[in-house]
Design a protein around this ligand. Sequence first.
Ligand SMILES: Nc1nc2c(ncn2[C@@H]2O[C@H](COP(=O)(O)OP(=O)(O)OP(=O)(O)O)[C@@H](O)[C@H]2O)c(=O)[nH]1
Ligand SMILES: [Mg+2]
Length: 215
Amino acid sequence: MPSRYGYQPCREFNVVVLGAGGVGKSCLTAQFVHNEWIESYDPTIEDSYRTQISVDGRQVMLEILDTAGTEQFVAMRDLYMKTGQGFLLVFSINSGPSLDELKTLREEIIRIKDDENIPIVIVGNKADLEDSRTVDRAKAFAFSQRWRAPYYEASARTRTNVDEVFVDLCRQMLRRDDMNDTRDDEYYQKPEDPSSSKRRRRKKRKDREHRCTIL
Ligand SMILES: Nc1nc2c(ncn2[C@@H]2O[C@H](COP(=O)(O)OP(=O)(O)OP(=O)(O)O)[C@@H](O)[C@H]2O)c(=O)[nH]1
Ligand SMILES: [Mg+2]
């Protein structure tokens, strides 16, 4: 394996950005990829972006799919969910229904991926609009805890926590990849030492500890 010799190949991941219409999925993506703020609202049908970033010294190529939040364009959702390896679930802190919609989306992802531990980050966007907040931070955090996913409050407008949400998702995907590699290596190399598997389980639990990151 190349990593044993100190060479880390560039990992490629498919990221899917999901959430209700108008919550700021495209703005978050445009800020992350192009450092640009879009004031106007032009509902997305489907856009994809490729960008390479460095996460903890490792090169990661991301294929980011910015999806449609509005009903008439959601027919492709099953397909996005099948190909996605990490999901940003975005709601807006001034729209309660947009948080409710994440419940359905998360359930769909888990059903389609058949995996409870799929990398997910919950994003409460438009945090600059504190005056019109209708979603209690504690409520959103409680959801994210139940879903065992980190919660960030972000603002595409002020570019707050934009890089952080993508980087967190990358870390989760890298960790998963590394675990799969270790599992493959162990399968080919040696019978499992029960104490190391206990250590790994403990580390895995620690890795998934709940976090809430605000402004
Ligand atoms: N104040 C504020 N406005 C935002 C923020 N993010 C997005 N907006 C505005 O919200 C509107 C919708 O943003 P989009 O990024 O297009 O929303 P979307 O989730 O991609 O919407 P769909 O493509 O229809 O699913 C635009 O007018 C943005 O300028 C934010 O963080 N703060
Ligand atoms: Mg959009």
